[in-house]
Each structure stands twice: as structure tokens, then as C-alpha cells.
Design a protein around this ligand. Structure first.
Ligand code: ADP
Ligand code: MG
Ligand code: ZN
Length: 491
């Protein structure tokens, strides 16, 4: 039965939501966490398997060093404290996609704890606590669809069984669906920067379970929570939380009680449904896995891994705003992926004037991208192209007006700046006598300004430069114009 969550805004406002997220991230190792089977996505079912990940009797797990290093790197990026010793534990439950009858995970001694992520909120930034980050193996996959003969068959693909995951559990610090969305966006961005996962949600490399409760505003104790599972986009998680908060407030408002349960979100209907209540849930009977030694990450390994930690997005944005004088918004766009930020910075650094590169991105590139509805990754003009155009303006080889025209052509023809510039390179007038002729005409046409200049108002020179460039349709070599004009005016 569906409880309709329609609840008057005034009643809804009496309640405060509390949200905690559990995120699973698949690590980008070539092989599984306890065996040497491939982790490749999309191979034929049950081809990436061996006795260990099939759970055959007598097979013994061997821990993948790379998985540990990736997990530690992620934990560092999330400001966690890393425990020198952590313990692998068996989490026992029966399910067809779990051949051993238990999942190897970490329980009371996880790899890392006490981290945080900073998220922007309407006021200032807010820190969301990370309770723990631990290593575990993935289960297999049950396939319920795609059988020609019968609809009620289930097949099992164990390619994913034993693929390394980290689980990142947040504190119940998240106060709204929007904050949950921000948290997930930041988390994904940070993980992508570290390079330990591709965070591809379609392929299941990033999965999120959302825990949510409501309580009367001002109350200290947390309300009873429900857990929403299997939501496959950040937007849907936000929507599911919106629905669920209204539903819970509605139940409490009408004198009911929240049952602790797992719920599923139906994105087509925009509603959550009860899947199983906690009463039916398992006691996992955790105990240390006797086949695996305690995991020890010593000081030296930590130091080595820390050296590979890249500058993270938030710090990078702040530095880029300071270094290039760009806005927060543009820093945001330019750091959307690490690759883009790297491209921008290497192009800007190689250019004569890095700030001009940043300015051109802001003033000329972004607007054109927006007008065409293009993401910056699909810009016809590369960062190298922007840097080249900046240098041409800097040296006076092209005017600002020409640059705009060339950019328009790049977007019209979907070609990068260097190739458009080669073809459309303005025919510059570099013949001094031709330029002098134009200068003479301009001075003669503007006697008042010439007078002012000679009376000592040297800034009028700029006016003349503009007039000469205009008269030459932007084709006069700006450097020559400057030199010759000064001579003429001073004579
Ligand atoms: P469980 O034992 O049910 O898995 P945990 O204590 O491990 O619960 O918490 C799981 C997640 O739920 C964490 O992200 C935590 O912050 C969040 N959480 C715990 N209690 C609540 C609550 N009352 N309301 C909302 N979220 C909660
Ligand atoms: Mg839990
Ligand atoms: Zn295997």
C-alpha cells in the first residue's frame, strides 16, 4: 500500500529531515580483491571467475595490494584517519549471488574513520562527517530478465563477485535532499580526481543507499529511519528523499509511526515502496575472517601513498581563482574534470600571459559554449587553441575584434583555433607607407584631438590607434600603428 505523501507545507515544516548516505565505489584495479580474475566490465557471464571468487571449498583469498593502496588514497582525499591495523570480517547471509554464503568486508576495525567532505550551502560551506571507509568485495549479479521461454527464471553472473569496493558511510549530518545531492557530487568529484574509480553509475561502479528520518524541529534524538536502496542517479536520490521525507512527515502528522525498513524508489512514479522490514532483516553474525591476516598499513606505505595524492578540486579551485583572477563559477567549470583543469593550466602556463588565457575562456569561450548548449569537454576550441589566440592578441598580431570573428568561425565550422587561424589569417598591412597614409588621413580628420595631444594629453593616442585600426578594417599591424602614430603626432 502506498501512503500518499501529500501534506500541507505548514505541517511538513514542523519536521526536520536527517539523512546519512552509504556509498559503494568500485576500485579501478585490473584484478579482483582476493584473486587474480579480471575485473573487466561487460565480459560474457561467468568468464571472469576462479575457485576463490566462486566460493569453492578450500580456496584461499590473497589480498590485492593495489586495492589497499587505492582505498588508502581515497581515504586520505576524504580527510579520514587511517587505522594502522584493520580487520577483514565475514558478513554472513544467504543470497543466490553470494556463493560463499558470506561477504568479506570490514566491521568493527575498518580501514579508515573520522573523515569529512565540505559542501557548499546557501550560507557558508558545511562539513559532512564520514563515519568510516572500509574495503570489501562485491557480490555477483542476479539477472531476472531477458529469458525468451519463461519470465520467472533467474540467472547468476559471478563476474562481479570479488570485485574490490570501498564503502563510504556518512554521519547523519545531511539536512536536506539538496545537501545529499551536493555531498554525492563532491564525493564523486574527489574520487575521480584521485583516479581510484571511474564512478560510472550505469556500470554500477558507484552505488548509493540513502538513510532518512524526520524529527520534530528542536528534538534531539533521531527519528526512526528508512533506507532507500537501488537508486541509480543523484537526481533520483534527491527526488526519492523529497518523497520519503514528505511521506514520513505525513505518517507522523496523522499520529502514525515509522517502521524501520528498506524501501525501493520507482523513478517513473516518483514514489518509494516498502521492500522488507527490519524485522525480516538478517543478523549478519560478523566475525574476523580466519583466512586473512590483519591488514597493516605502516607509516612508510602511508607516506608513499600520500605522495601520489593530487591537488583536490576544492583546493584547486581556490588556487586557480587566486592565480588567474577568474570567478568562482569559472573555476568550477574549469575544474569539472581533472583532465580539463590540467589542460587549462598547462595551456595557460605555456602562454605569454596566463591571465589572458583565463580571461578569454571567461569572456569569449563560455558564452559561445552556452549559446550552443555545449559542455566544455566538447568545445571546438581546445585550451591550446585558446592559449594560441591569447598569444596572438598579446603580440598585436590580431585585434580583439578579429579574435571574436575567428572564434565564431571555429564554432560555425567545428574546428579548433589553429586550423581556422591558418586558413583565415588576416592579411595584415605591414607596409609602413600604407599605414602612414592612413595615419595622415585620420590626423587630418581629427584636428581637435591632435591639438589636445600636442598640448600634452598623451592619452588621446589611444583614440587615434582605434581610428587607424578602424580605417584599416582591423588589418593594420598594431605595433607599427603605435610606432608610426607616435612619430607623426610628436613631430
Ligand atoms: P544500520 O545499522 O541500519 O546500517 P548505521 O548506524 O550503520 O545503520 O547507519 C547507516 C547510515 O544511516 C549512516 O550513513 C548513518 O549516518 C545513517 N543513519 C543512522 N541513523 C539515522 C537516522 N536516525 N536518520 C537518518 N540517517 C541515519
Ligand atoms: Mg550499516
Ligand atoms: Zn577469481
Amino acid at each position: 500500500m502506498v501512503t500518499t505523501p501529500e501534506i500541507p507545507a505548514a505541517a511538513r515544516a514542523k519536521y526536520e529531515p536527517v539523512i546519512g548516505l552509504e556509498v559503494h565505489v568500485q576500485l579501478l584495479t585490473a584484478t579482483k580483491i582476493f584473486c587474480s580474475c579480471s575485473t573487466r566490465f561487460g565480459n560474457p557471464p561467468n568468464t571472469n571467475v576462479c575457485p576463490v571468487c566462486l566460493g569453492l571449498p578450500g580456496a584461499l583469498p590473497v589480498l590485492n595490494r593495489q586495492a589497499v593502496e587505492f582505498a588508502v588514497l581515497a581515504a586520505m582525499a576524504l580527510n579520514c584517519r587511517i587505522n594502522e591495523t584493520s580487520i577483514f570480517a565475514r558478513k554472513n547471509y544467504f543470497y543466490p549471488d553470494l556463493p560463499k554464503g558470506y561477504q568479506i568486508s570490514q566491521y568493527d576495525k575498518p580501514l579508515a574513520e573520522f573523515g569529512w567532505i565540505e559542501i557548499p550551502t546557501s550560507g557558508s560551506a558545511k562539513k559532512i562527517g564520514i563515519t568510516r571507509l572500509h574495503l570489501e568485495e562485491d557480490a555477483g549479479k542476479s539477472l531476472h530478465e531477458g529469458f525468451a521461454d519463461s519470465a520467472d527464471k533467474t540467472a547468476i553472473d559471478l563476474n562481479r563477485s570479488g570485485v574490490p569496493l570501498i564503502e563510504i558511510v556518512s554521519e547523519p549530518d545531511i539536512a536536506s535532499p539538496d545537501e545529499a545531492y551536493e555531498y554525492l557530487t563532491r564525493l564523486k568529484e574527489i574520487i575521480l580526481y584521485t583516479g581510484v574509480s571511474d564512478c560510472n553509475m550505469e556500470e554500477g561502479s558507484l552505488r548509493c543507499d540513502a538513510n532518512v528520518s524526520v524529527r520534530p524541529r528542536g528534538q534531539k534524538e533521531l527519528g526512526t529511519k528508512t533506507e532507500i536502496k537501488n537508486v541509480n542517479s543523484f537526481r533520483f536520490i534527491r527526488d526519492a528523499l523529497e518523497y520519503e521525507i514528505d511521506r514520513q512527515a505525513g505518517v507522523l502528522e496523522s499520529g502514525g509511526k515509522i517502521t524501520q525498513e528498506t524501501r525501493l524508489y520507482n523513478a517513473n512514479e516518483g514514489k518509494t515502496y516498502s521492500m522488507r522490514s527490519k524485522e525480516e532483516a538478517h543478523d549478519y553474525r560478523y566475525f574476523p575472517d580466519p583466512d586473512l591476516l590483519p591488514l597493516v598499513v605502516d607509516e612508510q606505505s602511508l607516506a608513499e601513498i600520500r605522495r601520489t595524492l593530487p591537488e583536490l578540486p576544492e583546493a584547486r579551485r581556490k588556487r586557480m581563482v587566486a592565480d588567474y583572477g577568474i570567478t568562482d563559477y569559472d573555476a568550477q567549470v574549469l575544474t569539472a574534470t581533472k583532465t580539463l583543469a590540467d589542460e587549462f593550466e598547462s595551456a595557460a602556463k605555456a602562454a605569454k600571459n596566463p591571465k589572458r588565457v583565463a580571461n578569454l575562456v571567461q569572456s569569449e569561450l563560455m558564452g559561445r559554449l552556452r549559446a550552443k548548449g555545449l559542455e566544455i569537454e566538447h568545445s571546438p576550441i581546445s585550451m591550446k587553441g585558446v592559449a594560441m589566440s591569447a598569444d596572438l592578441v598579446e603580440s598585436g598580431a590580431i585585434s580583439g575584434k578579429m579574435l571574436k570573428d575567428l572564434y565564431d568561425l571555429c564554432f560555425d565550422r567545428n574546428l579548433d583555433f589553429p586550423s581556422i587561424y591558418e586558413k583565415e589569417k588576416p592579411q595584415q598591412i605591414t607596409d609602413s607607407s600604407a599605414i602612414e597614409k592612413i595615419i595622415d588621413e585620420v590626423i587630418a580628420a581629427n584636428p581637435k584631438q591632435a591639438e589636445q595631444y600636442r598640448a600634452g594629453k598623451k592619452t588621446v593616442a589611444g583614440f587615434f590607434v582605434g581610428q587607424v585600426m578602424k580605417a584599416s578594417k582591423g588589418q593594420a599591424n598594431p605595433q607599427l600603428v603605435n610606432e608610426l602614430l607616435a612619430k607623426k603626432l610628436d613631430s
